[in-house]
Design a protein around this ligand. Sequence first.
Ligand code: NAP
Length: 275
Amino acid sequence: MNEATKTGVIGFPVDHSVSPTIHNYWINKHQINADLYKKISVDPKFFEEEVLRLKENGTLGLNVTVPLKELAFSFSEEQTEIAKQTRAVNTLTFKNGKVYGDNTDVIGFQRSLDKETVENNIANKKCLVLGAGGAARAVACALSNLGGTPFICNRTLKNALKIQQELRIQSEVIEEENLSTVIGEISFIVNTTSLGLGDTENNAVDFTQVNHRAFVYDLIYNPKLTKFLSVAKEKSLGYQNGMKMLIEQAAESFKIWHNIHPKNSDELMNVLEEL
Ligand code: NAP
């Protein structure tokens, strides 16, 4: 019998991750010969050392979360085109002695969106991306793939300019103090910063100026209704949290490792709702 496959998620911190619930649900459902998917916390200083140890231990693959996606990109020996474009890796695979890097957040974000949202709020529209970290890179690429123009706005301007330069897509960078000059023209607003986790406030957008047809997305899924989304709800705007994206990016990583593309289901959503 073949040795059981080892997979997990690595981050710092990683306690908040619900990826083990999703992967272990599918491992059981599809009767994969695999150990339970684990959480691995590692200080960025020891990232390479720890990943090499896991590789030597016979690990097949790792999801990579905050703040290690850019380090994982540099560490991987071969990358998919989308990982090269985003310069961020959320899926590492160890195969034939080599380290492969992919970014499934891009397709995960795209698949999380309803057709109507894409048609009405993204295609040929101005989209605001709050943040300029690993997730912003994936979201800006996805919006561009769907025909939108990302306007990137971040606390640290130089990070926004850096991703604009590296992504090589049609995009704009907007300084925080100038956001009010464009906000009325924006039809899709997505928060990719970590503001809103726990009790933190996200006051980046003045919702009194937002177009009444705009759609508001927050990549955060815990809490389910961030304060950012609750303002959107109060204003009767369309809104969505990051749970579907989380499931879709996980499904794509699962396919890379186990060669099965699992489907999202009400049963899985219910399991996650109860956490
Ligand atoms: P990251 O690379 O560490 O980037 C964090 C971003 O947040 C940066 O733009 C940073 O701005 C900004 N930020 C942090 N603290 C801030 C503050 N106090 N005020 C203003 N801006 C602040 O992290 P990431 O990988 O992009 O992840 C970001 C979030 O997305 C996390 O909450 C993560 O859980 C979520 N995420 C969700 C999914 C999903 O599937 N739903 C997938 C990926 C990520 P500076 O550049 O100024 O530091």
